[in-house]
Design a protein around this ligand. Sequence first.
Ligand code: NDP
Length: 455
Amino acid sequence: MPTDRTIIVLGATGDLAERLLLPGLASLVGLGRAPRLQLIGAGGSDWSDDDWRDLLGRTMAERAGEALPSILERARYVRTDATDADALRALLAAATAPPLLYLALPPSVALDTVAALAAVELPDGTQLALEKPFGVDAASAAALNERLAALLPQERVFRIDHFLGMSTVANLIGLRAANRVIESVWNRDSVERLEIVFDESLALEGRAGYYDGAGALVDMIQSHLLLVLALATMELPSSLDPADLHGAMLQALRATRVRGDDPLVSSRRARYTAGEVEGRRVPDYADEEGVDAARGTETLAELVVDVATPRWADVPIVLRSGKALGATAAHVRAVLREPAHLPRGISAAPGAPAITIDLAPERLAIDLDITGEGDPSVLSRVALTAAFAAGALEPYGEVLGDVLAGDATFTVAGEVAEECWRIVEPVLEAWRADRVPLQSYPAGSQGPEGWAPLP
Ligand code: NDP
């Protein structure tokens, strides 16, 4: 059966493959936007080809449409050690078309895989995709970049962060570029504070093996939220060519530092205790299976940074993400400054108006203060809202479609990955040394007592 491309999923038995990667791929296949694919699954588990086909069927049936039977027919599973050069050679030999080697592996394993690949002759046309986080700190991210550069030409290496595949995140560029009403106030003259928040009601959900070694800061802020920050604060590039976009993102990130260079003042962390979220009982994080409580892994992280550019100097930018919270939120919000002067006799609406770009569900809200009912001199707050159309593809469908087409625009440049580590490293050090207390909050609450919730 003719095949155009092979995707080798290293980490095929893992959570990412099942929950996100394969359903995303199915959306691409279903829209007829994927080439004819051979899907090779690889992992440490002793699976058969049929186990892999079962997984493909379960995760892809709904969206893949008519192409699924032939995908299943061509599918294979290889039990492997992803850190062993001989095993990787054998795995690549099973590809019947130019392979995309997709590393859906724990970050430390991915580092070893890339090192092992140096001893393997890669088939013509090989592409390599890696999942975030890239490395485990700034030094390993830099070493990884060097290894990758020696392995393959830059245009065949893709660092994947699916937040860049979210249509609303990509839309930050179009929204700013095309709308004077937003871009003209998108600066320090009008914005008092910028917030980039991803609060989840989900708790650990059995992912201790990965999460307990990462925590909220590395899992969410170091990667996803700093990329959103880059798109929100960069100067707009002249084109979406990867070099232009990545250059603009890099410039913003290079200007980003923890506020006051002081993690003790500009960061806080906490871990959930037992509670109830949306009617479900959630155990104490420390009691979750696979958690090493002594590690002190945070499930809620908040940090304030400055982006020292003419556009954003002195504007506090708050990055926050947490699990098992009572209210979910996923947004970029620009809280606007008070007007310079309100004519005497007009009373303002309480609080500060904001422009909110909700990432999930996708929505734009622009606050306006207008005369409400009754006294025309008393202003009250309304929001102009618009729903963003959902993308045709799941974020991983976008990502995989771009990678298969060789388009790196919405992937993470190597230097960007290093900058993201550089920004959080002082915080990680302070937290490791226990210089910032680990606070606690009951699951289902808004966070620890005394943490003013973001309005
Ligand atoms: P899991 O722990 O669920 O899965 C890890 C996978 O790697 C398993 O298939 C495991 O195989 C395989 N593996 C580990 N070591 C080896 C080895 N030496 N040789 C071969 N296979 C190996 O992790 P996730 O799927 O959650 O995450 C994978 C990557 O994706 C991480 O980098 C993560 O940051 C990233 N990611 C995950 C997201 C998610 O929601 N899960 C979201 C975004 C990114 P086996 O168990 O069979 O031994």
